[in-house]
Design a protein around this ligand. Sequence first.
Ligand code: SIN
Length: 533
Amino acid sequence: MAQATSSNREHLAGDALVAGAGLAGLFTALKLADAGCQVTVLAGIPRKGGATSTWAQGGIAAALGPDDSVDLHVADTLAAGDGLVDEAAARALAEDAPARIADLEALGVAFDRNADGSFSLGREGAHSRNRIAHVGGDSAGAAIMAALGKAASSHENIHILSGWHAADLFVERGVVSGLVTRGGVAPDAPTLIFRADATVLATGGVGALYAVTTNPTGSRGHGLGLAARAGALVSDVEFVQFHPTAIACAEDPAPLATEALRGEGATLLKADGSRLMEGVHRDLELAPRDIVAREIATEIARGRTVLLDCREAVGDRFAERFPSVYAACQRNGIDPVAGTIPVAPAAHYHMGGVVSDLAGAASMPGLYVCGEVARTGAHGANRLASNSLLESIVFGARIADAIAVNSTSTRPPKNAPSGGAAPTGPDPHAEQIKALRDSMSRNVGVARDASSLEETLSLIRGLEAQALPQASGYNNMLAAAHLIVAAAYRRQESRGGHSRLDYPQTDERLARPTPLTLTEALLTCAAPVTKTA
Ligand code: SIN
């Protein structure tokens, strides 16, 4: 955690400083700006893949159909979350959803509609109704981000800066007063403090801490680690969602075969052609995501392949209905019209994160968290499909309401500092990060146990012991990984996305969130440190 010193360079960022320019960051910024606040958005250092939101294929869940209701949406969210959902958060999500979808439409997002003008609503796992509003078939994320990017870059109250990435919270007398940023990833990169009345972390999730993930490389838990290093409370971080059907190929990140395919009737087959999910769950391929992912992972662990068969359900409409998946198949020599798609689970979404209340406020005054970095309680142990984009816009609007009340409309100075360039050379920690990602996938994946978790904890301890204090991005990543593994070690049961081979049963006494500080995580399990080169 950084403290003010006279030698630190400072920039005034206005009423609010938002770290992250994905859906959570830009939507929060737009809501703040419309309320008259002056907002600085730190878009970070350009990285391969950009924001995770842009990659979202499925869409946004909302009770928009004539047969649907807020209560049904809440009930499905609670059931998927396996006993750990905070009902008030789930209700906030479901109740605010239609209004936030209308906001996106007002920003120019053209949701797919039926001939009669009603929303064309898709089905995904564990939804009891067709409830997914999509755009361009499987291109919701890209379309929404294009509309938001256009609106935010032309809004007079929003100042988007790239080249500076959040390194530490800037804390004065216990209050978060902005961010210490770095203009690059090198240990000697310049430092600049952005000072603001309110700070919003919208830095995304942790998927790319794993070797097999659907997330872009920027999703390595930086916001989670940064907040926890400053003392913010985190919770439920052991719950990582593995998407059941990433396309099994050599690409990193692994391309997604959206759950909407199974919503259309695509089936999961074993290599011998039999249905994988038969006898496992009454909803077959549309069972909750954790259950489908576990079944696929178990089959693959037996040395067999699992195939997604879309031939009958989608057939020759594939390229038109699912253009992103079709393109990924083509890149990898797969013909999803005439043949099947090999699939495997991949780290996809983090249910846990920095603890937030219903207004998005974290445990430290002045700090708000939005999107995947936050733990609002709406997802419990397993997120309901397409509730993630929804959480970003619902809580983004709530955060803006909370901040706008105290806004002084202080305009940031015009001479905004230009940040560092995108890194050109190899990442100085490339070798260590590869070792970490491999270990996370091998030991902290769909199934874990005490000894696999101890092995990864030892590796992380070894990496931490060698890390330079000024390598803040790397240290934030290590802190995020440490929190996840320690929390997984501490929860001695199986529930939702957390499946312990040594504790296969759900323990009703543990049906509660697990708030954790970094200090507690660092004291978890005295496994010996692995020496790294
Ligand atoms: C998908 O399209 O299958 C992913 C949607 C989600 O993660 O909710």
